[in-house]
Write a protein that binds this ligand. Structure first.
Ligand code: ADP
Length: 609
């Protein structure tokens, strides 16, 4: 078998294979994909025609008419293939933003008209054949037209790609340049030595390579998926940014509402009849705060920005805080709150205590919310092996219970089970969605058991490391009642918002603490530079011109500066505490200021004991 025929037969095998593989896959319907599909089909027809040409030229004496028809059809195929290839280049080169459809249509029309004229010329013009042993090929004006147009198109492709290099560069342009150069070279070789019959094989090879480099449907799908993922991620990031800004905007006025209404509650000159309304304001604003925090948390989790920050923690302190908080939330409800904590749990564990607390607070609060009377049991047992302590935390209640069919819906965000009783109970349906995501992030498990009308039990399992040589000091849990042993303490308050300053002044005044207020980082630095002494600085972060973080940096550069600085900010995205501590702050207080948190800070930094 001669070299040319061998190449053509091999091409037939490959193009059949490619056709089967390509058309059996799910494909995108972009213009370039459609052209590529046509390119494959044309190639298949072309290879068949090339083989037929070989047989008809060899037997030209028996079938002259069929030979002419097949040979001209083959030239027609060459023209079609190169036209489609050029159209492919046009599609990928054009800038998709500027009049893409119009330009594409115009160029398609020009190319198609030229090719039709070329095709007519091929049909009309004469074609001659050479069929001497070892050298079988056709030549003459018809072949010249087909080859001439082919070269012109190849040149056009290169020019077009160079002109639109910016757009082409976004694609895999290198293989395309290589294909054009490679194809032109083999066509030239065939022109010089027509007997080699290289062109069909080359085209098949080019189509084949295109499949593996740029037109594989799988790769294209992945590419599209990546683009979709990138834009979704961008949108999500924008949403998180928006929420974080909104959080600041909403929390600043909320700070004033919560702060002042709390102060009014303690004001003895206000009649009891008004106190009920004030209590409602406190409750409503605290609720609003919870909603804002919940939305912030869920958006952060969804943007994959929430990280589990593991540290050593005091286990007893953790449980005590939960008990105090739950008892506070129970208020006057006729519910027996039972606590059952495994005494064998090591005193210091390693894990993300803030998140664990958030998980427990959510299920404890739900138990309190959805139970009218009876009891709630908060139980922590453990399974310990080597240095791992598996905490099994359960909260069981005798509340309204959940129907079996609703259990799966519990962890969907914004899903609230539609019960009559539920209508009057405040909630957003975010708590359990956040809880589940947090448990997942900790590689734990959460299980719900419930009998409708009787009660529910939520069980969370998480592994925590046992710390045998703790580096933290175990504190005795301090009483969270207002501190009294504060003598002659002065706090510098720094906040650009006048109302926030007023709230903080009043809150600290309740403790008998003196305050000085300034409304910018610059003023704060000036105060320290001019030698004023303070026992603590409460420094807002989000201030115009100079942020709290920048102010702190400057403060630390002042010789001999050793005042404790607490970040005070409405930026409530979770994880902020860690951020501020890493920026060099000694502590963090979120606005609206929570009384217990303020108590802790005052106890820690201003208590004379
Ligand atoms: P929220 O309490 O804000 O509505 P959650 O996500 O915390 O949102 O809870 C989702 C739903 O699960 C609640 O609306 C409630 O119907 C149900 N649920 C959660 N905990 C309990 C419970 N302990 N007893 C009965 N129903 C509960």
């Amino acid at each position: 078998m001669k070299g040319g025929t061998f190449f053509t037969l091999t091409s037939l095998f490959y193009i059949c294979l490619l056709t089967i593989v390509y058309f059996s896959k799910r494909r995108l319907k972009t213009p370039e994909n459609i052209i590529f599909s046509l390119l494959i089909l044309t190639n298949l027809v072309g290879v068949v025609l090339a083989i037929m040409c070989y047989f008809t030229i060899t037997n030209i004496a028996i079938m002259p008419k069929i030979n002419t028809f097949v040979s001209k059809a083959y030239l027609f195929y060459l023209l079609t293939w190169i036209t489609l290839f050029t159209e492919y280049i046009v599609v990928i080169s054009l800038d998709k933003r500027k009049d893409y459809a119009k330009k594409r249509l115009r160029l398609y029309s020009i190319l198609t008209i030229i090719s039709i004229i070329g095709g007519i010329a091929v049909i009309i013009l004469p074609l001659y054949y050479n069929s001497t042993p070892g050298s079988i090929y056709s030549y003459g004006p018809a072949a010249n037209v087909a080859f001439g147009l082919g070269f012109a198109y190849a040149a056009l492709c290169v020019i077009f790609m160079l002109l639109n290099l910016k757009t082409v560069k976004k694609h895999k342009y290198l293989p395309l340049f290589a294909f054009i150069v490679f194809g032109t070279a083999s066509a030239l070789i065939q022109k010089v030595n027509p007997a080699l019959l290289l062109i069909t094989a080359t085209e098949t090879f080019v189509t084949f390579l295109m499949y593996f480099t740029i037109e594989n449907p799988d790769l294209k799908m992945i590419e599209q998926l990546n683009i979709a993922r990138d834009s979704a991620e961008k949108a999500n990031a924008a949403k998180t940014d928006f929420l974080s800004n909104m959080s600041h905007e909403i929390r600043t006025p909320l700070n004033a509402i919560v702060g002042f209404s709390n102060l009014l509650l303690d004001d003895k000159s206000i009649p009891d009849s008004s106190k009920d309304s004030i209590k409602d304001i406190v409750l409503a604003s605290e609720n609003l705060l919870e909603i804002v925090n919940g939305i912030l948390d869920i958006s952060k989790i969804e943007a994959n920005k929430l990280e589990i920050v593991n540290n050593e923690y005091d286990f007893n302190k953790f449980t005590n805080e939960l008990i105090v908080l739950s008892k506070g939330r129970l208020g006057e409800k006729p519910i027996d709150f039972k606590v059952n904590i495994d005494s064998s749990i090591p005193p210091v564990l390693y894990g993300d205590v803030q998140r664990l607390k958030q998980i427990c607070v959510n299920i404890l609060t739900n138990a309190i919310k959805y139970t009218k009377n009876g009891w709630i049991e908060f139980k922590i047992s453990s399974v310990q092996k080597d240095d791992v302590c598996r905490l099994i935390i359960s909260v069981e209640d005798t509340g309204i219970g959940i129907k079996n069919e609703n259990i799966d819906k519990l962890f969907n965000k914004f899903e609230r089970i539609d019960l009559e009783e539920n209508v009057t109970i405040e909630g957003t349906g975010l708590g359990l969605a956040i809880t589940k995501k947090l448990v997942d992030l900790m590689n734990g498990k959460i299980v719900v058991q419930s009998v409708f009308g009787k009660g529910s039990k939520f069980t969370v399992c998480v592994d925590q490391k046992i710390v045998s040589n703790p580096t933290i000091k175990l504190e005795e849990t301090r009483n969270l009642t207002p501190v009294i042993n504060i003598i002659n303490k002065t706090v510098l308050l720094v906040d650009d918002n006048k109302i926030n300053l007023k709230v903080a002044e009043k809150l600290l005044d309740n403790y008998g603490i003196k305050t000085e207020s300034v409304d910018s980082g610059f003023a704060c630095i000036e105060k320290i530079q001019s030698g004023n002494k303070y026992d603590l600085i409460l420094l807002d972060d989000m201030m115009p011109k100079m942020s709290g973080v920048e102010t702190l940096k400057k403060l630390k550069e002042i010789n001999g500066f050793n005042i404790k600085v607490v970040a005070l900010t409405a930026n409530a995205l979770t994880g902020m505490k860690e951020k501020y501590l890493s920026e060099g702050f000694d502590d963090y207080l979120a606005k609206p200021i929570n009384k217990d948190e303020l108590n802790k800070v005052i106890n820690k930094y201003l208590n004379n004991d």
